[in-house]
Design a protein around this ligand. Structure first.
Ligand code: ARG
Length: 687
């Protein structure tokens, strides 16, 4: 076994290219570093043959030979450093490989690759673990697999402190592994677990990880590392390894440990394979078009790619020069597996990107179990969606988010369906092929000064109310529909009479609420109190807490709200107005409900469906101080419906206004005040 090292004669921290180097410029004790290095290399030399490359002045990091390239079977894929600070190391390393008779296999393109620092063989198996996300580009993993005849598992590094794979991952013989899971994203952790069973995985604790305990050089059963806690040492001993702790604190200042200081020139033998397909890595072309700069659309798209575990290259870029022009960007997007590419593409589609995936026919799988979707289901957004069936594009009916798309028989319209409503035989769209999302072009701010997605603060409430009133009148006058989602605060804050006015003037076509609003509305009609508080005087009344129970009891006696109105038990208020004006109401119950009223639907699946039916085809939804019912409604509302959310708590308003659709507007204010202003505005215009 041969190991390449490089004496730290010019070692220093002269620049900062990883978090460990911060604050360490000029602080390396070179003499101490050389002593640590000599001791370490003497340790290696007892079990392996040491080869040396001469250090280059001006390349202080060259002692970290792990980054020189990846070597196996007499071939090397040399590094292409991501950081310009280290680029000058490439020629001396390449020269050394050439004079040692190692065949150089250059990487195509310009993507960075930082050698064994980011690529580690599973000893004795045709399997290479390769890191990406910080230094090495995912694209380079394809070449590694082809050059060495191995399967490559691409692992995404997400913690900047563990910027090279070898800082947090050490494959060991017999399919074992020492690693620090938190350095990887969720899906990479799952990919690791899929390949290595739990009893062969040793996860180190934070203190060992930070002490570079995973940065291990293994020679036979000997493990060389900077630090190992007692439990770690014991666990490794139980696996039959002897740990040799060699403190290399001076090198830690540069972000490197024992493994970084060494490069394996021989790998334990394995039988190369011709991986089929040659690599799990998949790529595709994606196009973005529109007002990408002024709306941040480009940023959003690029972030989506990275966060979903992909990597991108901008292959075409034509930027708008004026505000009224559109930009066009073409990206080459790469992901470690077909499955992950699907994930990246569907997230890109949700921010308006176009992909050639869409041009293929939709992939459909059949449901076999009631209320269970095929694993690969496409999940919907709020935006108008089309499905490619044969040669035609069919629009999806009942658009809503978090549903799946069921395509019916020939000629039937595909429709959004909740997973729980699936029945065996339903054909569900899977993957992202043949799915096209019509993203609103108007996803640019400042285009319409009028009512764009924003949260209004107190100062602007009055002008916002004016705009809302204007739009409500237009909707009513053209025969459109407005739904109101309201919470009991409407009654408590004295907004009841104003809402009644809106209902009576024909501005409300459906009322969606829970049990509490009708209870307090009816209590107020019967006793003048809301939860026992006299609304006119703002004072609790004697024995008032019974009032809402009496109200519930009387409605129960009458057999429901409608009969209670018709028989004269209820003589005014919101529910009275709904019954009189034939405005349908849906009451969705919850665990905290008193009573409930006979009209309250306590079966939540039924309640959700009733809500969904009630908002079908509405033009606007007014959400008045009801977090749960408003968010529930938002979840079933397609893009294009104007959503106005009024709440005293900015958190609630932001949550709803934030769903990314242009049509939602938030108003942070007292809902009683809001309704007062709105009713006045509308009455004023109506007379
Ligand atoms: N300062 C060097 C860098 O940031 C340290 C390299 C450590 N090498 C390694 N294989 N982890 O590039």
């Amino acid at each position: 076994m041969r190991i390449l090292v490089c004496p730290p004669r010019h070692f220093a921290v002269d620049y900062v290219i990883n978090p460990w180097m911060e604050g360490q410029i000029g602080r390396v004790d070179r003499a101490l570093a050389e002593r640590q290095w000599n001791e370490l290399v003497a340790g290696f030399a007892r079990h392996a043959t040491i080869e040396q490359v001469d250090p280059r002045p001006g390349s202080p990091d060259m002692c970290f030979t792990a980054n020189a390239g990846l070597v196996a079977h007499g071939r090397v894929v040399p590094a292409r450093f991501r950081m310009p600070e280290r680029a000058a190391e490439e020629p001396p390393f390449a020269d050394w490989f050439a004079q040692a008779g190692i065949e150089l296999v250059a990487l195509p393109g310009e993507d960075p690759f930082e050698g064994e620092g980011d690529a580690l063989f599973q000893p004795g198996e045709p399997l290479l673990w390769a890191g990406y996300g910080v230094r090495t580009a995912l694209e380079t993993h394809v070449t590694l697999g082809e050059t060495f005849g191995v399967d490559v598992v691409s692992l995404r590094l997400v913690d900047p402190r563990f910027y090279h794979l070898d800082t947090c991952f050490a494959p060991l013989p017999e399919g074992r592994l020492l690693y620090y899971p938190a350095a990887f994203d969720e899906r990479s952790q799952r990919d690791i677990a899929r390949r290595i069973p739990a009893e062969r995985r040793l996860a180190v604790e934070d203190r060992d990880a930070i002490g570079f305990a995973c940065n291990v050089l293994r020679i036979g059963q000997h493990l060389f590392l900077n630090q190992a806690s007692d439990p770690l040492r014991a666990a490794l001993a139980a696996w039959g390894f002897e740990t040799h702790v060699h403190p290399v604190g001076e090198f830690l200042k540069a972000g490197g440990g024992v493994k970084c200081l060494s490069l394996l020139l021989d790998q334990p033998p394995f039988d190369p394979i011709v991986p089929s397909p040659p690599s799990a890595i998949r790529s595709t072309r994606v196009e973005l078009e529109g007002h990408l700069l002024d709306t941040g659309g480009l940023n959003r798209a690029l972030d989506v790619v990275t966060e979903a575990g992909g990597s991108f290259r901008v292959t075409r870029l034509s930027l708008a020069e004026r505000k009224d022009q559109e930009s066009r960007v073409e990206l080459h997007v790469v992901a470690p597996t077909a499955e992950r590419l699907d994930g990246v593409v569907s997230e890109l589609m949700a921010v308006g990107a176009r992909t050639p995936h869409a041009e293929r026919a939709a992939r459909v799988e059949v449901v076999t179990q009631v209320g269970v979707a095929p694993e690969g289901f496409y999940s919907t957004t709020i935006y108008p969606t089309e499905i490619r069936l044969g040669a035609r594009w069919a629009p999806v009916a009942r658009q809503r988010m978090d549903a799946v798309v069921v395509v019916g028989r020939e000629g039937e319209t595909p429709r959004c369906t909740l997973i729980r409503d699936l029945v065996p035989g339903d054909r569900v769209v899977c993957g992202v092929e043949g799915v096209r999302v019509r993203f609103p072009e108007a996803k640019r701010s400042g285009d319409f000064g009028f009512m764009n997605a924003s949260v209004s603060s107190e100062r602007r409430v009055e002008s916002t109310v004016k705009e809302i009133a204007w739009e409500m009148r237009r909707i009513r006058d053209r025969g459109g529909r407005i739904a109101v989602v309201a919470g009991p605060v409407v009654v408590h804050t004295g907004g009841g009479p104003h809402l009644v006015r809106l209902i009576e003037s024909g501005y409300v076509q459906a009322l969606l609420t829970g049990n509490a609003l009708p209870v307090h509305d009816i209590e107020h009609d019967l006793f003048g109190t809301s939860l026992g508080v006299d609304l006119a005087r703002g004072k609790p009344v004697h024995e008032g807490h019974r009032n809402h129970l009496i109200a519930i009891n009387r409605v129960r006696a009458a057999g429901g709200i409608r009969p209670a109105v018709e028989s004269g038990v209820i003589r005014g208020g919101i529910m009275h107005a709904c019954v009189r004006k034939r405005v349908p109401f849906v009451l969705a119950g919850s665990i905290r409900d008193d009573g409930p009223l006979p009209d309250t639907i306590m079966d939540l699946e039924r309640a959700q469906s009733a809500y969904a039916r009630a908002i079908e085809g509405v033009d606007m939804i007014l959400m008045l101080s009801s977090m749960l019912h408003a968010i529930g409604t938002g979840n079933m509302t397609p893009a294009g419906v104007r959503m106005i959310c009024v709440d005293i708590s900015p958190a609630v308003v932001t949550k709803l206004a934030d769903r990314g659709s242009l049509e939602s507007i938030g108003v942070v204010t007292d809902v009683g005040l809001f309704l007062n202003l709105l009713a006045r505005e509308i009455a004023g215009a109506d007379d």
